[in-house]
Design a protein around this ligand. Sequence first.
Ligand code: AMP
Ligand code: MG
Length: 556
Amino acid sequence: MSALRWRGWSSLRFDNAFAASFPADARRDAQPRQTPRVAYAHATPTPTHAPAWLHLNDALAAAMGLPTQDDEDCSADLLRVLSGNAVAPGMMPIATRYAGHQFGNFAGQLGDGRAMTLGEQVHDGHPHGQRFEWQLKGAGPTAYSRQGDGRAVLRSSLREYVCSEAMHALGIPTTRALSLIATGERVMRDVMYDGHPAPEPGAVVCRVAPSFLRFGHLQMAAVENNTALLRQLLHHVVRLYMPDCRHDNDAETALAWWQEVANRSVRMVVGWQRVGFVHGVMNTDNCSVLGLSIDYGPYGFLEPVDWQWTPNTTDAGRRRYRYEQQPPIMMWNLVRLAEALLPLVEETHGEERAATLFEDALSTTSASMEQQLLQMWQQKLGLQGADGATHAFHKDDHAWLAEGFDLGQASAVDFTLWFRALADMAAFGAQRSVDAAYEHLAAISYEPARMASMRDRWQAWLHTLRAMWRRADGPTLSASARSERMNLVNPLYVPRNYLAQEAIDALMNGDVTRLHHWFDVLRQPYTEQAGAHAFAAMRPEWAAHRVGCSMLSCSS
Ligand code: AMP
Ligand code: MG
């Protein structure tokens, strides 16, 4: 990438496409309020006392035509804008209005309560004018802050910052993160909602995405029977981000667009399942219309395999958003999006036919999700032919896969290391005994006694895996080629919660190096890196029950 010379803010072009074309609330203050029938309210970042860099994402900054942190002239300038202490020329800060189903219930108006869009940049350096929406999270109250303070604490900001970039490197569609800045101010938080609030250091993250629009934006217009706004939202997203969905009438456009959102959302969730990511708050206000992973709150990555696990304490009782529920919940959320779009399809097709059209699309999408999930497991397990294609799974194969899922959970193996261990086994080909492969797996179990009691079952399962490898590609694929291919879909480094906690603890002690090192390692999650062993290690005992390491609360 060629290094762009920083010519100041005037070199960046902000078209603020959303703010420029949608209806805004007439008031400009940050008093919490209902703002019926508009799409956003103007917002102003609240300055912070003593902002200080914790991290700037150089790679993303360069892609946006921004200077890097080393460039001292502009570093101070950038810090002011990214911390909310100044608004750059051309920007137009707003908080957008959306609704959403939270934990299964429609919650009415929510909106950007602690996020605000600074502006929408069109980067000319990119052949087609790439769009970057700049959004600060934690920059103070907006019209949608309700009882909240619009601030974010360092620990949750660091978690979002690191995870969104880790997901990007993992190849999973996501919003990105440009900067992590300490505000020098304290924020009161009750970590476990148990009546013990305490002051904590605050931070601001600048998130970046082509757009932060959510299913909830359309739901908001739909619930107010505001067909004009609904139509405008549809046309806006289609025009700027998905021009192929455009048809002669709105009904066909709405149907094609829904299908595109559904396809992207399915791809995203299949990616989540592949790397063991559990979002934790899959409410429709946290579902991006671009199919991006968005709003990293109480997320987590599976450590001991437990398909019912959720990292979210708020969800613990309901277990609505546990790992195994993510694909069906994504479908449930897509139904809510279809409901919001119904009026536009009914105009042309009438009620009955519109419903049938969506129902058909939903069943096809659901079948496609199942198929992509199976294919994903086959790839994780190295069950592809030499040409990379996966083969039809027979009844016995399904039973074998189910047995693997059972064994993984019953013996609590580390999800991430499990698949790397299988790739190791593949690399050794026939030279390594199934016995040795079992020992490797036993070493990554969180419950060694239970693991040992299942030794025979594991060995039988591993034998079958080997036989399936032989059957899948015969002699044409070398052992090392299979192993390498498996490692391309099975990461070694994922942002484990306890590692985030360690990085946070280090920051609290004034040490930023841990965060910087970890961030760099996560940029190449599939490649084993020298000196990075600690970032791939199983969750240690101390972290099993510590708040922040295995359980987290929402919206901190
Ligand atoms: P989340 O659970 O972070 O996706 O947030 C759900 C809703 O609550 C969104 O409308 C947020 O803007 C709002 N919210 C969460 N935390 C705060 C906060 N500290 N101040 C204001 N609004 C908040
Ligand atoms: Mg949210």
